[in-house]
Design a protein around this ligand. Sequence first.
Ligand code: GLU
Ligand code: ZN
Length: 302
Amino acid sequence: MLAKPGPVCGRFAPSPTGPLHFGSLIAALGSFLEARTQRSQWLVRIEDVDVPRTTPGAADAILQTLERYGLLWDGDVWFQSQRTERYQAALEELSRAGRLYPCTCTRRELAGCQRGADGSPLYPGYCRTGPRQPGRPHAFRLRVTDTRLTFQDAVQGEYHQRLESEVGDFVIRRADGLFTYQLAVVVDDADQGITEVIRGADLLDSTPRQLYLQMLLGLPRPRYGHLPVAVDERGDKLSKQTRAPPLDDHNPGPALWDALRFLGQQPPADLLNAPPAEILNWALAHWRLQRVSVARTQPWTR
Ligand code: GLU
Ligand code: ZN
């Protein structure tokens, strides 16, 4: 008898920094369709670990928009702000394994450093042998190695990165006591039983850090697929910073239709103004992840 494959589980994990816009709809819709066409669960997690960056009311607005767009999730919504104990336990595990060290470097002290894969400073290891400014509040950094990490992305193909030379030792808990996205996302994906992470390609270069943490913490590795990120005429990512307009909760059809087009699917023209359930039904019957373009960014103008 053939072994039954384990249950598949996907997710959408928005940061509540503002309302959803077209750029975030791509990740929501792509992860939803990839999960639902495998008859699997699709969970929503609000990534409010960086509390000072959250906007009051944004989480509720995001959930309402998802509902209006027919992107209905399973189970309870998780909030990272309620999961500090789990992150602390993971930090202690890394610490016991001798992987962490206190770092007192401030953003300003690192401003002149060479930049890493994601554009942030490539940590030059100043505090590796002891904090440079003992007595100052300190972050915890994870000591990385320079082995080449490789994975097969379901959209972008093979991706590899050397953490030490391309990213550097990275922060697990900040000097203000907040846990970082990299730690929180790995712990949460594991605790929620996520097997499929479909998200924007702006996070492609974060994935090796996440694979590395999974290895150190003994957590399973999900399948990853990174969708092109929508950019404007100047090549800037659609975001709150570039004033991407919020999605219209009262007229979901056109944005859903556009998002399908953006993802390389070919929705029929007469569905443009159809109710969301009708557009999603078409999408569920025709969705093919292979049609998504193999690009980190893709221009989008209305
Ligand atoms: N919260 C992240 C964001 O909104 C997404 C994290 C993820 O999907 O891993 O950019
Ligand atoms: Zn330091």
